[in-house]
Ligand binder design. Structure first.
Ligand code: PAF
Length: 288
């Protein structure tokens, strides 16, 4: 039987372990998560294992990135299963702090990235990226890994993290890991669990329609028309709403209608209780 993954719950213990590795000249990758781990997270751990001698996975459902009324309480918490999955792939360390360890009594500091946090997801969740930026800053400073890896499914989050790490000179290299999809194309997400079987059957059309929109744009359809048609198709098959669907430049996330520059179609839509995110590069590789 494999030795269960080592778990630390305090920043002190995390630092002791990381210092011991550093003393031997070994490198460290960090994969911050909110748990409910699926193959998408595990692929980030495996990327970390390729790039560093040790991988630390943090599991912390961060209250500051949820607004009142969002799914903080319903968010799946599956520590035992998560640790089994991490053990199975040979992860070195899980950092699983309490809320009090991260936000002790009297905590009053914030981290805000201007501009790109008020668009896309920030349009409907205006305080979300403040919470993400704050907790990721804290996790990176607690661990000080050589590299930290975040999934490209949350593409805006990845760009925001890259921005504040650069702006604050945090000495950590930020890497994106490719989106991992179910066989039918749906991007893996802990929130997919909220779907009924009927909604789950409809959901893969989100990815399919986005790829069709990109093909149309590359073939000359104006961006606005391609997006409007795609939004309507999603509503017609049972999505309740399309929160946004936009073509944005990479890495600055500016609106663009020019498919010849590096850009992505980034979208969020709601089906049942699940708000699902996806994004695809505007290149021939995304054609269905
Ligand atoms: O993507 C997530 O799971 C979270 O937003 C993160 C980066 C772990 C911060 O809580």
């Amino acid at each position: 039987m494999q030795t269960p993954i080592k778990i630390v719950r305090t920043i002190d213990d995390l630092r002791k372990q990381v210092s011991a590795w550093r003393a031997k000249g070994e490198t460290v990758a960090m994969v911050p998560t909110m748990g409910a781990l699926h193959q998408g997270h595990l692929s980030l751990v495996q990327l970390g294992q390729e790039k560093a001698d040790h991988v630390v996975v943090s599991i912390f459902v961060n209250p500051t990135q949820f607004a009142p009324g969002e799914d903080l309480d319903a968010y799946p918490r599956t520590e035992a299963e998560d640790c089994e999955k991490l053990t199975a792939i040979g992860t070195d360390l899980a950092f699983i702090p309490s809320a009090n360890e991260i936000y002790p009594e009297g905590f009053s500091t914030s981290v805000t990235v201007g501009g790109m946090t008020q668009i896309l997801c920030g349009g409907t969740r205006p305080t979300h990226f403040d919470g993400v930026s704050l907790v990721v800053t804290k996790l990176l400073l607690a661990c000080l890994p050589d590299i930290a890896i975040f999934g490209e499914k949350d593409y805006q989050q990845l760009m925001v993290i890259k921005r504040f790490v650069r702006d604050l000179n945090i000495p950590v290299q930020i890497e994106g890991g490719a989106i991992i999809r179910e066989k039918d194309g749906l991007a893996m997400s802990s929130r997919n669990e909220y779907m009924t079987p009927k909604q789950r059957a409809i959901a893969p059309n989100f990815a399919k329609f986005l790829r069709e929109a990109i093909a149309d744009i590359l073939d000359g359809t104006p961006v606005d028309a391609a997006i409007a048609a795609t939004e309507q198709k999603l509503l017609d098959i049972g999505f309740q709403s399309v929160d946004y669907m936009e073509m944005r430049t990479v890495p600055d996330l500016e609106l663009t209608t020019d498919p010849s520059q590096p850009a992505r179609i980034i979208a969020a839509a709601t089906i049942g209780k699940s708000r699902i995110l996806d994004n695809w590069p505007v290149t021939d590789a995304s054609r269905p």
